[in-house]
Design a protein around this ligand. Structure first.
Ligand SMILES: Nc1ncnc2c1ncn2[C@@H]1O[C@H](COP(=O)(O)OP(=O)(O)OP(=O)(O)O)[C@@H](O)[C@H]1O
Length: 238
């Protein structure tokens, strides 16, 4: 029988009873979550179940209606430089400069975060994300999958202890999706904590230590990927 994974004692990210209400509508009921260095929690659930809302709250991009979020003991605030320097987010919206090439986007992010030897590191990340041949292209000339690869690459060129990803697999072809699983495993091996919103149960099974399934803003199930996704809940993803 699969062992039930315990929540970590030394959490890098600690959500306590966070909820969110828009107007009269409660889209997220109180959720608590701990995530330690080198661990991945996958958030699963049908469309509109509250996954992105929870991730935005975890990232400090949105304030919870109730509850608290702490990163390494500090109240989560995306404007706090101590947090910005250590937390990388790939959200569900595409934001880029129309007049900067792929390589220039990466350079901008790397320089802003004070990355040493940025040029060499950028060439490595470009090759790793399959973007080497599109390095001089402007965003308007990228395919949707290449744009997604650029958003991931922007997170990879900067320092990070916590990686928050909202459906990073979207628009990626099967090969690129397999590489994404390898990339996330490498992040975890490097001690990065990963909070992953995904619709792909296979990705969750491959990389997550724990999964949390949301339904109508409530926690429907949580535990090891094997225990949660072995039965009827496999249908929450693709
Ligand atoms: N700014 C907002 N104002 C009002 N309602 C919102 C807002 N943002 C999200 N919602 C609602 O909150 C609910 C949860 O949305 P959320 O984006 O968190 O779901 P999700 O699980 O990430 O969905 P998907 O899988 O489709 O991305 C939805 O019903 C959505 O319509």
């Amino acid at each position: 029988m699969a062992k039930t994974p315990k929540e970590p004692l030394n959490a890098l990210l600690h959500l306590t009873g966070v909820s969110r209400t828009y107007g009269e509508r409660q889209v997220l009921h109180p959720v608590s979550l701990k995530l330690a260095a080198g661990q991945c929690v996958a958030l699963l659930g049908h469309n509109g179940s509250g996954k992105s809302t929870l991730l935005r709250i975890a990232a400090g991009r949105e304030r919870p209606t109730s509850g608290t979020v702490r990163f390494d003991g500090i109240p989560m605030d995306e404007n706090d430089p101590r947090i910005r320097s250590r937390v990388a987010v790939v959200g569900d919206t595409v934001a880029c400069y129309p007049d900067l090439s792929v390589r220039e986007h990466l350079l901008l992010v790397a320089v802003a975060h004070g990355v040493a030897d940025a040029h060499a590191w950028i060439e490595h990340v470009l090759a790793d994300r399959g973007l080497a041949e599109r390095a001089d292209a402007l965003p308007s000339a990228l395919s949707s999958g290449q744009m997604q690869a650029l958003l991931l690459a922007c997170a990879m060129v900067r320092p990070r202890d916590l990686l928050l990803l909202d459906e990073p697999e979207q628009r990626l072809d099967p090969d690129a999706r397999r590489q994404l699983a390898g990339l996330l495993k490498a992040e975890l091996a490097d001690g990065v904590a990963v909070l992953l919103v995904t619709h792909h149960t296979d990705l969750a099974l491959e990389v997550a230590d724990r999964v949390l399934v949301l339904e109508d803003g409530k926690v429907l199930a949580k535990g090891s990927p094997q225990s949660v996704l072995s039965g009827s809940l496999r249908g929450v993803g693709r």
